[in-house]
Design a protein around this ligand. Sequence first.
Ligand code: HEC
Length: 150
Amino acid sequence: MVKKWILFFSFFGPFQFYQLAMAVSPEDIVKYRQGILFGMGWNVGAMGSMVKGDVPFDRDKFIFFAERTAALTPMVLEGFQPETKDVESYTKQKTWENLRDFEKRMSQLLEETEKLVDVAKTGGESEVKKQFGKTAQQCKGCHDNYKKKS
Ligand code: HEC
């Protein structure tokens, strides 16, 4: 699954694969990406609560949230169309000149998230926590570079 995506990235480069096959306003594209990202935050937040010990660690629930995050991650890039660059959002302007790097970070996130699903299924609790940290680091790394402070 992960490999297939990386193959797509390297074959088609940015815009071609993510061209939208529908007429939609730039404002709606922004709403779409914010919606998916909010959903990712929802699921990652739920795992984070378990990792921090705010709620008891529950492997089945953790797998559920990790799988949902892995399902949402590949959807995000579709919302980062250059035609949205003048719409008010939390995306920094420099994102549009660095879409290759942006995409690379997103595929790294996908890789770590897929690993998180695997580790959640088979690993010990401490391994799960460690892999969660690596995954969350990908979120932070991109936010530090491309997301305005909210
Ligand atoms: C490759 C870059 C990148 C990665 C990786 C990334 N984000 Fe973001 N995220 C952004 C950008 C850019 C925005 C601002 C979106 C906007 O408003 O246009 C954002 C916004 C958000 C928001 C706010 C959404 C809203 O409007 O309410 C949440 C929540 C969020 N990200 C969670 C996450 C989580 C959780 C992860 C990791 C699992 C993650 N992001 C990974 C770039 C990234």
